[in-house]
Design a protein around this ligand. Structure first.
Ligand SMILES: [Zn+2]
Length: 139
């Protein structure tokens, strides 16, 4: 286990670790433009980790093709790997998805859109918030 307590990191530490583009999304809750993210259409088998802290967040087995322009998952790897909180920015009520380990911004989750998935949830996550590690998924 890492000795880092990411919740104690300062803005300066995050700026040193992350690129300006990563910082704008992960630490300032930005959104990358649709369709440009490196993992939007990725079907490679593996585990997606938080690009800020490395915590494992999502698996390729829960990724689905939502045609929304961002990587979409119908379930996180484990319920306690992420935090969901109400986001009233931009004049909308949405549910923001944060990394539970470092509280970096990942994206938003939408419910009840009618996707043919086990949960009918769409975790709409910025590619730049994730790092994919290719490896076989058990079960
Ligand atoms: Zn994190």
């Amino acid at each position: 286990m890492s000795q880092n307590n990411y919740l104690d990191w300062t803005e300066e530490q995050w700026r040193a670790k992350l690129s300006p583009e990563e910082y704008a999304v992960l630490r300032e809750a930005g959104t990358e433009r649709p369709g440009i993210g490196e993992y939007t259409n990725t079907t490679t088998e593996g585990v997606y980790s938080c690009r800020a802290c490395g915590a494992e967040l999502f698996r390729s087995t829960e990724k689905f093709d939502s045609h929304c322009g961002w990587p979409s998952f119908f379930s996180p790897l484990a319920g306690d790997s992420i935090i969901e909180r109400e986001d009233r920015s931009l004049g909308m009520v949405r549910t923001e998805v944060l990394c539970a380990t470092c509280h970096s911004h990942l994206g938003h989750v939408f419910a009840g859109e009618g996707y043919n998935t086990p949960t009918d949830l769409r975790y709409c996550i910025n590619s730049i918030s994730l790092t994919l590690e290719e490896k076989p998924i058990e079960g």
